[in-house]
Design a protein around this ligand. Structure first.
Ligand code: ZN
Length: 244
């Protein structure tokens, strides 16, 4: 007897820890509703070493890549993800190329998420979303993911070799949740999963520290502030759009 496959949700973002900051509360909520969840990290995170570094060699970069992959794996374990996917594009040099779009389409057709979270291709200049929220890699990632989700993933004529050579059939992403959008239209209640979200964020110890009370307070205050906009105790907020 075969059981029905679980619905799938996925976050595709530029760097390790992007999802943990912005949207793993939503992933955890959907896991609790019965979804399988994945995080796809587009870059290799090789530019995420110390700001005070003087050794900028390839070997030093490789140490950062290895460390951040281990941290992402640990965050995935804490979150209860079904898997973590790395596309290993060079960090800090991301562009929304056709090759990137194709690589994301391959992920979408392979894992078949019906719910997809991505970064905003547009900046919002109001507070509290400052310039750091809009790393150029984030904007490139948002542009590429949206272009992959529609229409390329669902259109057999886009990247036909994915079907003819790799056997990957078209897949339609039904719901898109965009973080950092100028026009958020939905809040997701993360009160019940907030501590788990925070624990996963701390798995990225090289970036945020394994213990960081100041960060914990900032994340708490941010979740409360976002929740107030939608009448929720703590929230992550998104621009949700449906692909009917
Ligand atoms: Zn980032």
């Amino acid at each position: 007897m075969t059981s029905e496959p679980k619905p799938v949700c996925m976050s595709i973002m530029a760097h390790p820890d992007d999802a943990e900051f912005s949207s793993t509360g939503a992933l955890l909520t959907w896991i609790n509703e019965g979804y399988d969840a994945y995080i796809c990290v587009i870059t290799d995170a090789s530019a995420g070493g110390s700001d005070d570094a003087t050794d900028l060699s390839l070997a030093a970069r490789q140490v950062t890549i290895d460390t951040r992959k281990q941290e992402q794996a640990e965050a995935g374990r804490i979150l209860g993800l079904k898997g973590v996917i790395h596309l290993d594009y060079p960090d800090g040099r991301l562009y929304p190329t056709l090759q990137l779009r194709k690589d994301i389409v391959r992920v979408l057709r392979t894992y078949k998420p019906s719910r997809l979270i991505c970064q905003s291709p547009e900046r919002f200049w109001g507070t509290p979303l400052g310039i750091a929220r809009y790393h150029p890699d984030h904007i490139a990632a948002g542009t590429a993911v949206l272009a992959a989700a529609y229409p390329a993933s669902q259109n057999p004529w886009d990247f036909p070799e994915l079907m003819t050579e790799e056997g990957l059939l078209p897949h339609k992403v039904r719901e898109l949740y965009i973080v950092g959008s100028p026009m958020p239209n939905i809040g997701i209640d993360i009160e019940a999963v907030f501590d788990q979200k925070l624990a996963a964020l701390h798995a990225h110890a090289s970036q945020v520290g394994a213990v960081n009370a100041e960060l914990d307070k900032r994340m708490h205050d941010w979740a409360v502030e976002l929740g107030e906009r939608f009448g929720l105790p703590k929230a992550e907020i998104f621009h949700k759009t449906e692909n009917l």
